[in-house]
Design a protein around this ligand. Sequence first.
Ligand code: HEC
Length: 137
Amino acid sequence: MRNFVVALRFTVLFFGINLLSISAPFAEEVEMDMDLMQTIESTNDNLSSNISLENAESAKADAQTLNELFAVVEEHYKKEVAAGNDVAEALDLTKKSIKFSSEIITFLDQKDFESAANTATDLARTCKTCHNFYKED
Ligand code: HEC
């Protein structure tokens, strides 16, 4: 009986993995590139700490990077919309993220760290809103 359970587990594991690799190519079209999101996540973390440490130059570089990464995300969702997928909300949230990161750069130029921090909080809220919509957890 015990051996049977062990064998069953392997079977489930094996088919589970196969299923993942089969569904991956189909999923690619609609899902966000995970490496891109990981980079967005670490850049966003750096941004928050650089703002709180008042490292204007590093924080500006982070905000600039986020701005460019979200431009890539925007391209992705524009294609999705063109393909007839219902991602209007995501496109809107991406545009918001681009706007927030630009505003952060302006505040940092003015050495207004408080406004930069508040806008960084708005930006982080936008991440969560989009994930609530589209993340498959
Ligand atoms: C316009 C929508 C949108 C915005 C804005 C957005 N994300 Fe995402 N994010 C996604 C989607 C879609 C996924 C993939 C979810 C899935 O398929 O499970 C994802 C996945 C992730 C992941 C998981 C990556 C992995 O390896 O599993 C992280 C981390 C992440 N996002 C961080 C962020 C951070 C930080 C921000 C804000 C600075 C952000 N995201 C903003 C849509 C968005």
